[in-house]
Design a binder for this molecule. Structure first.
Ligand code: DGJ
Length: 718
C-alpha cells in the first residue's frame, strides 16, 4: 500500500506487517525515515528534526546546521557534504565525479516490469518510482521500489538514464541502501568454502565498514549475496532482523558502514571492484534487484523469503511440483563407467522406486577424466556401448525419467571446440591463460558463444528426450579479459558475462519448459536468487556427509525454500569426510530437500536395498510437505507443517550420544495449539507438542536420527 502524505513529501509504503517511509527534504534530498514493523498514517517529518547536532560536519547548500552526513539518505551520492560511502559513483568526461541528485518526481504503478536482461521477481505488487535528477549533468536515477504487500517484502532496483550528450562512466552502483539511525545490531551472513557452503556467521558491528563480496565471476562457495542486521539477542522467534538478498549470480558486494555518530548504512549490489560501465548518451543501465525483508525472529524471516521466492521467483511450472527422487552416478562411478555398469545401476534404481536417472560427467567427447572434452557435447557411444538415444529409451521404458549433466560455460584445452575457437575463452592477450580444473571459462559476453551453447545443449535435449539437466560450473573467472570488448569496455566483462548467461538460460528454459534444470557449481558455489529464477533446484554442496549437511542445509534454509535444495544419500565411509553414519540418518537428512541417491546401489545388501525402498516410499508420501509446507528449524531438528496445520513431518538428528542425562525433548512449532494430533499410536495436543515436546530416544549411538509424521485428529474429544 502506498500512502502519500504531507504535501506529497512523505511516502508511507506498507505491506501487511511492515512499513517503509521515504521523505523529500526541503533541499530535495530523498531520505528514508523508517523501516520496520507496520505503522499507520502520521506526519513523519518530525523524525529528522533531531538530527542536526553533530559538529565538524559541512553544511549543505549554505544552510547552517543542515548536515547531509547525518541524514538517512535513500540513495547517497558522492561529491557533497555526506562523506560516508556513497551508493554509487559516476565519472564525467571532464574528470569530475560529483553527482548532485535531487528529487524530481515520483510515479506509481500496479504493474511491475521485468528488469531487462536480469532475473526479476514478479507477482502482484505496487511499484513506486522515485525519480532523482542531476540538472547539471542531465542525468536521471530512478529508484524502483516494489511493494509485495501479501509477502511482507520490498524489492528495489535502480535505473540510470544518461540524457546528456556525453558518455558517463559508472564506477560503482548499488541496488539498495538502507539507513538506520541506531547501531546496536550484529551482522549475520552466510559464508564458507567448497564443501561447507552457507554457514551462518554472526559478526559484531563496530564503527567502520564490514564487507562481504565476490570477485570470482560467480557468487561463490565462500559468500552469499545476503546480509542482515539483527538485534543482539535475536532468536528464531524474537528480535528485529533487516535482511537484504541480491537477485544476482555474479560479482556482488554487501556492506554495512557505521559512521562516527552511530548511523548505520547497509547496501548491496554489483561489486565495484574492477568494475566500470560506459553509459553512452541516451542509454540506460539497470541494476540487479535487491530483496528486502524485515522480520521478528529468524523463523519469520525465513517464511517471508521462502513464500516470496516460491510465489514470485522460482519457475511457476515447477515450484509446486513434487520433485522426482533421483539417482546420480557421480559418487557411484565418477568417470569410471560403461553402459553395462550404468544399466545395472538403472535397473536397481527402478526396482527401488527411483523416478529419475541422472547421468553425470563423462558421457561425451573423450571425457574419462578432468583433462578433456568440455565443449564437445557429442555422446561417447563407445563408452556407453550404444547410442545415447537407445540408452535413454531403455531408462524411459523402465518408468524413469532421464537426466544429463552439462557444464556449458566451460571448455577444455583438449577439445575440438577450443581448437576451432581459441579466442572464445576469457583471458588477457600476452598472458598465459590460467587453468582451473584443467578448463577455461567461455566468454559468455559474446553472442556467438551464447548461440553455440544454446544450440549444442538444445540439440542434445531435443534429440535424446532429456527430462532433466544438471547445469554444472566448476571454476571461477580468473584472468578477466575479453577478445571481443575494446579496451574501454574490459571492466564490463564480469557483468556482461552474467547478462550472457541469463540470456542463455532465458532461451533454454523457455524452449524446454518441461525440462527440470538443476543448478550446480562444484556443489553449491552459485546458490542464489538469480539462479533460482531458472533452476527450481540447486545441488547444495559436494559434501554429502549427513552431519556436515545439517549445517549446510540449515544455512541454506535461512533464505531458500527447502525444495530448492538437492540432497543425496551417499556411501559410507563418506567420500568427503570419511565419516560413517547410519543409512537411516542419511535418508532423514536428505529428506530435508529433494531426495536423491548418489552411491553404487548395485553393491548394497538386500537389507540396505529394502531400507532404501522404504525410505523412498515414505518420502513420496510426505514430499508435498517439503514442496509446499512451512518450514521450522528446531534444536538439532526441523519440521515441515502443512498450511492448514493438519499434517507435519518432524526430523531430529542427535550428533553425539551422551550418557546419564535428563530425557531430552524436542519442542515442535507451527501446530494448532488447540487441536490434537496423532503421533505413532498416541494422541497429543498441539500445545503439549509445542510446549512440553516430544520425547527423544536415549540412543547409545552417535548420529542417531528420528522422524515422525503427525496428523491432526478431527473433532477429537467433541
Ligand atoms: C561437480 C559437481 O558438484 C559434482 O556433483 C559432479 O557433477 C562433478 N562436478 C562432475 O565433474
Amino acid at each position: 500500500m502506498i500512502n502519500i502524505l504531507e504535501n506529497e513529501k512523505t511516502f508511507l509504503l506498507s505491506t501487511k506487517e511492515t512499513s517503509m517511509i521515504f521523505h523529500v527534504l526541503e533541499s530535495g534530498h530523498l531520505v528514508e525515515l523508517y523501516y520496520g514493523d507496520r505503522i499507520e498514517d502520521n506526519a513523519f517529518s518530525y523524525i529528522i528534526k533531531d538530527l542536526k547536532h553533530a559538529s565538524y560536519l559541512s553544511d549543505t547548500d549554505g544552510i547552517e546546521g543542515f548536515k547531509l552526513e547525518q541524514m538517512p539518505l535513500a540513495y547517497p551520492a558522492y561529491g557533497n557534504p555526506d562523506l560516508r560511502t556513497p551508493a554509487f559513483m559516476f565519472e564525467y568526461d571532464d574528470g569530475s565525479r560529483i553527482t548532485d541528485l535531487r528529487f524530481d518526481h515520483y510515479t506509481c504503478s500496479k504493474e511491475k516490469k521485468k528488469i531487462k536482461g536480469l532475473p526479476t521477481t514478479l507477482g502482484p505488487c505496487e511499484v513506486i518510482t522515485f525519480v532523482l535528477t542531476d540538472q547539471i549533468r542531465d542525468l536521471q536515477v530512478s529508484l524502483n521500489i516494489s511493494i509485495f504487500e501479501q509477502w511482507d517484502v520490498f524489492t528495489q532496483s535502480v535505473e540510470v538514464s544518461n540524457k546528456s550528450a556525453s558518455t558517463i562512466k559508472i564506477n560503482s552502483i548499488t541496488s539498495a541502501c538502507l539507513s538506520l539511525l541506531e547501531d546496536n545490531f550484529q551482522i549475520v551472513s552466510l559464508t564458507g568454502a567448497w564443501g561447507r557452503e552457507r554457514m551462518i556467521r554472526n559478526s559484531s558491528l563496530t564503527q567502520g565498514r564490514f564487507l562481504i563480496d565476490s570477485k570470482r565471476g560467480a557468487t561463490g562457495h565462500g559468500q552469499s549475496p545476503f546480509i542482515a542486521l539483527t538485534d543482539q539477542n535475536v532468536t528464531e522467534d524474537h528480535g528485529r532482523i533487516y535482511a537484504m538478498n541480491l537477485v544476482y549470480s555474479g560479482n556482488f558486494k554487501c556492506e554495512v558502514e557505521v559512521d562516527m555518530h552511530q548511523n548505520v548504512r547497509m547496501m548491496c549490489g554489483l561489486n565495484d571492484f574492477d568494475f566500470e560501465w560506459s553509459l553512452a548518451t541516451q542509454e540506460t543501465f539497470m541494476t540487479p534487484e535487491a530483496v528486502l525483508v524485515y522480520a521478528r525472529g529468524y523463523t519469520q524471516m525465513t517464511h517471508r523469503f521462502h513464500d516470496f521466492y516460491r510465489d514470485c521467483l522460482i519457475p511457476r511450472s515447477f515450484v509446486h511440483q513434487e520433485r522426482p527422487v533421483l539417482i546420480n552416478n557421480w559418487e557411484a562411478t565418477y568417470f569410471d563407467f560403461d553402459g553395462e555398469k550404468l544399466r545395472h545401476i538403472a535397473s536397481e534404481a527402478a526396482n527401488l522406486g527411483i523416478e529419475l536417472f541422472v547421468l553425470d560427467d563423462g558421457w561425451y567427447g573423450q571425457r574419462n577424466d578432468i583433462y578433456t572434452s568440455l565443449g564437445d557435447w557429442q555422446p561417447n557411444e563407445k563408452k556407453l556401448g550404444q547410442p545415447l538415444k537407445q540408452f535413454v529409451q531403455e531408462i524411459h521404458q523402465q518408468g524413469m525419467k532421464f537426466g544429463l549433466w552439462f557444464e556449458p560455460e566451460m571448455v577444455s584445452p583438449q577439445s575440438q571446440l577450443f581448437k576451432q575457437h581459441p579466442d572464445w575463452i576469457i583471458r588477457v592477450p600476452f598472458h598465459k591463460p590460467q587453468l582451473a580444473r584443467h578448463q577455461y571459462v567461455l566468454d559468455l559476453s559474446r553472442e556467438e558463444v551464447q548461440a553455440f551453447i544454446i544450440e549444442s545443449i538444445s540439440t542434445i535435449i531435443r534429440d535424446h528426450q532429456v527430462d532433466y539437466v544438471k547445469w554444472d560450473m566448476n571454476r571461477n573467472i580468473t584472468d578477466s579479459g575479453s577478445f571481443f570488448l575494446d579496451h574501454k569496455h574490459q571492466k564490463e566483462l564480469p557483468h556482461r558475462y552474467m547478462l550472457g548467461l541469463y540470456h542463455v538460460l532465458d532461451v533454454l528454459t523457455a524452449t524446454f519448459p518441461n525440462v527440470l534444470f538443476e543448478g550446480c557449481a562444484g556443489g553449491g558455489g552459485r546458490f542464489d536468487p538469480g539462479m533460482l529464477k531458472y533452476f527450481p533446484q540447486i545441488w547444495t554442496s559436494d559434501d554429502t556427509d549427513a552431519i556436515e549437511r545439517l549445517s549446510i542445509q540449515k544455512g541454506t534454509s535461512l533464505l531458500y525454500p527447502c525444495a530448492t535444495m538437492g540432497a543425496h544419500v551417499s556411501a559410507v565411509p563418506n567420500h568427503q569426510m570419511g565419516r560413517i553414519t547410519p543409512l537411516k540418518t542419511r535418508g532423514v537428512v536428505a529428506m530435508m530437500g529433494d531426495l536423491g541417491y548418489e552411491l553404487d546401489i548395485t553393491q548394497l545388501s538386500k537389507k540396505q536395498k529394502d531400507e532404501i525402498k522404504q525410505q523412498i516410499r515414505f518420502y513420496k508420501s510426505i514430499r508435498h510437505l517439503i514442496t509446499d509446507g512451512d518450514y521450522y528449524r528446531l534444536e538439532n531438528g526441523w519440521m515441515f507443517v502443512s498450511r492448514d496445520q493438519k499434517e507435519a513431518l518432524v526430523s531430529h538428528v542427535q550428533i553425539l550420544s551422551q550418557p546419564n542425562t535428563v530425557p531430552k525433548r524436542l519442542h515442535l512449532k507451527g501446530l494448532d495449539a488447540a487441536s490434537f494430533y496423532q503421533i505413532d499410536n498416541t494422541i497429543i495436543s498441539g500445545s503439549a507438542l509445542m510446549h512440553i515436546g516430544l520425547a527423544l530416544d536415549q540412543a547409545k549411538e552417535d548420529f542417531h536420527a528420528q522422524q515422525w509424521v503427525i496428523r491432526k485428529v478431527e473433532n477429537y474429544g467433541d
